[in-house]
Design a protein around this ligand. Sequence first.
Ligand code: ARG
Length: 259
Amino acid sequence: MKNKKLLVALIAVVAAIVVAVVLYFTLGKNAEKPTLIMATNATFPPYEYYEGEEIVGIDVEIAKAVANKMGYELQVDDMEFESIIPAVQTGKADFGFAGMTVTEDRALLVDFTNTYATGVQVIIVKEGSPITCSDDLFVEGKNYTIGVQLSTTGDLYSTWDLEDEGLATVSRFASGMDAVMALNSGKVDCVIIDNEPAKAYIASNPGLKILETEYVTEDYAAAIKKGNTELLDAFNAALQELIDDGTVGKIIDKYIPAE
Ligand code: ARG
């Protein structure tokens, strides 16, 4: 009789372990965090760039923190800058995060989250360049060649303001760094790009300098598929908490030390 009770107890314990193991591998698997896919173009230090095999930077760290707060794992997909908005529109990525400036035209294609950083377009030239300020680019007859990253605001503004007016030629590259290489080898006369990447590029290219410009400040935001208000609201709520508790500021300060 005693043995029988013991046997029942033993069976119950074994059964409980089996059930626990089965639950762990079924429900447990499903309980694993879902993934949020970020589309970016990792040629844009300090926002997103490669450190060895890994994509790092301000955007990656902020996105990780946002995803985490929302209960997601973050996956970063690197692509051409001009592919980011299409990736978001077609649902290949959940959001685009790439030091992307909020513009009216883009806002017709995607919804923008609240902004988390700002940028300014600057002009990079060789030391001793005849171009000393943005006005020099507008001088009739000079027809300077301007290097830009394809589809960026630097591309859009120089195309509209200068090339379309017959004042300059725009040369479009896959990355800002490629444009800077072309400047080094004399294929373009200047490069127009966001200020922080500009600083990073010239740090590794002696003989170049950044001209101050009066271009307006641009707001950076994440791009989300139009109509996905659930994701937009959740992203904004998480981002706002991270701005309010100082996390975003800390991440930015880590990559952009105060001068
Ligand atoms: N702020 C500029 C724009 O939105 C340049 C962004 C480029 N970003 C990048 N990850 N390459 O057009």
